[in-house]
Every structure is written in C-alpha cells, then in structure tokens.
Ligand binder design. Structure first.
Ligand code: MG
Length: 376
C-alpha cells in the first residue's frame, strides 16, 4: 500500500528539501501495509512510546538517584525535555518533526539502571563478550528484546531510525547522521547542560554563585537580572533554566539556519555528505565545555554521587556473577535468550532492562549477604 497522501502532501508542503521525507524512507525489514492516518515515523514514535523499555525510563536515573528526592530529572523526563527541544528546532529548520520526535524518544532507551555507573559496570562484566554500551543496547531492544508482534521479534522500526542509532555506535563514519538526528544530539546536550545546573542547585551540590562564574551561566544570570532586577533564590534558578535553554536554542538555530539557507536545493542524502553538523557556534561550544568541566568536577564527581556510583557498580558486578552461577534466577525469556546469545550476554541484557529500584530489590532478595537463596 502506498503512503497516505496526507503524509506525502503535508511533508512536501512544509518540509525543506534537505529534510528526511517519509516518501524516501527505505522502509522496514518486515514489510507492512501503510496506515491511512499516520506516516511511518509517527508509527515509529508510537511503537517506541508503547515499549516496556520506554516506560521503565521513569525508574532509571539521569544523574541523581531516587533517594535524593523527587525533584530532579529521571531518564524519562530528560528524554521528554530532549524531544521537546529537538521538535522545536526540527520545526524551525523545516526538518521532519515526526522523525525528530521518534529519534529523541528513542535516544536513551538502552540505558541500564544507575546511569553511566551502571553502563560502566556492565561494560566491565561483558568485556569478553564485546562490552556493553547503552547505544548498542538500544538497538538490541528495538530489534530483539521487545516483541509486540506475534510474527517477528522487535519493533520493526523504519530503516532510518535504526540507521541513526547505528551512527551513535559507529565512530569515524565519513557521512554525517541525518539532520533530524543531528538536531536530537544538539538538543540532548543543551538539555543536560541546563537541567543538570537546575538539579544541582536544587540539591545544594553547588550554588548559583559558583555556576555563575562560568561564562554561559554568568551571561544568563546577567540577562535575567537585567529583566528582573530583584529576582533571587528559586525564582532565579527557574529563570536561569529557561534562559540557558533559550540561549542555546537561539545560537544553534542561527548557526544551522545560516548554513542550511546555502543548501536549500540539497537532498537529505546530499547534506549528509557535507562537513556541516547542527550544533553550537564555536563561542557557545567553548562556553558549554567550560560549564561541563565544572559540572563534571563538582556535580558528577560529587562525593554523594561517587558513593552511589561505587555501591551500584559493586551490586551490579555481584548480581552479574550471581546470575552466571545461578541461571535459574533469570526469567524464562532470558534463559531462552541465553541459548541464543550466551549466558553472559543474556544476564547483561536482563540487568540492563532493570529500573534502579528493581535492581536494588533483586539484589536485596537474592544476592545481599543474608538473603535466602531461591528454592532453598
Ligand atoms: Mg540523553
């Protein structure tokens, strides 16, 4: 069945030539009839939203864990912030907003429990199996682990969404990702730089005054104070979060807009061969790097987070070894998977799917000192 006329007409009337048009999609591995009321990338987005892996992002930490309160971002709320900003930029640059949204909602789906601490631990556990990366695990989720359809494994996403995830894994590719994926990557970086400042102040890991010593936050504070002379405390923190996002979005849109007006006639594929990437201007890039250095040393390496990191990694190592020693503790699906991909990879995939809370609960139940072995 051909694509619905509404999708093709809508896209050809509002998207730039350099956008990824649904009509040029390379389709799905398992051919499926098109739908009358949704284009292919809308369907991808919906497939992603309905996965259990997506829902579990609500129980996975971004930077801060659940026991540090309820204010801070989770992996899920981060994902929504990225999708919101990426869509804004996608629309402004006349890219395919449906594809942008699908890619944004998908971008962190492969994250294991306990953020990068969990990822590093699983990578160590799986060294002999080729390691573990959340980007690669995202593909495994989409192609093997989710199984909403009775006749094949995986979500059967479009070639474009899967290929863009591949570009997050492959390094040193001569061609760039599609502009839609570049917008998501830029939005990811803007989002975490802004919300990590907000969360860190709220959690009192550092002060606004300390952050304002960096040129990016300093300029944001000056701009806010010019508009609202007496704003302080929580009101200032919220205003700074907005200002940081607005500044970055404006900068990236100006830089990208300037370039893209010079290649209005290029196709999505032709733009990929060009050296251009959607991202911050050289000046903003430097400001972001300065801010990220401060966030790294004072927030991501804060003693409270280091303590959490060490504990989570030790538990994951212990659980991984525990599943190898007692594979009967794995759910039936993962025991079956072990026959296909090996016990180590299957145990790693199972662990990667856990939320922070479930991981701790399973640890307490089966592996903590004093816990009763199952079937005892
Ligand atoms: Mg992210």
């Amino acid at each position: 069945m051909p694509l619905p006329a509404t999708t093709v007409e809508r896209e050809s009337s509002i998207l730039a030539r350099y956008a990824m048009h649904s009509a040029d999609s390379r389709g799905r591995k398992h051919p499926e009839p098109e739908q009358s009321y949704r284009g292919p990338y809308q369907r991808d987005r919906d497939r992603i939203v309905h996965t259990s892996a997506f829902r579990r992002l609500s129980g996975k930490m971004q930077v801060f864990t659940g026991d540090m309160g309820d204010y801070h971002r989770t992996r899920l709320t981060h994902t929504h912030e990225v999708a919101s900003i990426a869509r804004t930029m996608g629309r402004a640059l006349r890219l395919n907003e449906d594809l942008v949204e699908a890619l944004a909602l998908f971008h962190d789906i492969g994250h294991p429990p306990f953020g990068h601490a969990g990822e590093d631990a699983l990578n160590e556990c799986l060294q002999e199996e080729g390691g573990f990366s959340h980007n690669r695990h995202g593909l495994t989720i989409a192609e093997e682990l989710e199984h909403p359809y009775p006749n094949f494994a995986g979500l059967n996403l479009t070639h474009e969404v899967l290929e863009m995830q591949q570009t997050r894994i492959r390094k040193g590719d001569p061609s760039s990702p599609l502009l839609e994926a570049q917008a998501v990557e830029a939005a990811d970086s803007m989002t975490y730089d802004a919300h990590d400042c907000d969360d860190a102040i709220k959690l009192k890991l550092l002060t606004m005054e300390e952050l304002a010593q960096t040129s990016l936050v300093g300029a944001a504070v000056a701009a806010v104070k010019e508009r609202f002379a007496n704003v302080t405390g929580d009101k200032l923190r919220r205003a700074i979060q907005r200002e940081l996002l607005d500044r970055q979005v404006r900068d990236v849109l100006a830089t990208a807009g300037q370039f893209l007006t010079t290649c209005e006639d290029a196709t999505a594929e032709e733009v990929r061969q060009m050296a251009f990437r959607i991202g911050p201007s050289p000046e903003l890039r430097e400001q972001k790097q300065e801010l990220e250095r401060l966030l790294y040393s004072r927030v991501y390496r804060h003693p409270r987070l280091l303590e959490m990191r060490t504990g989570a990694q030790a538990r994951i190592h212990q659980m991984f070894d525990g599943y190898l020693a007692r594979p009967e503790l794995l759910p039936p699906l993962y025991r079956q998977r072990a026959a296909k991909v090996g016990l180590k990879r299957a145990a790693g995939d199972y662990l990667a799917g856990m939320t922070d809370r479930y991981c701790d609960q399973q640890f307490g139940e089966h592996f903590a000192t004093g816990s009763k072995p199952q079937n005892a």
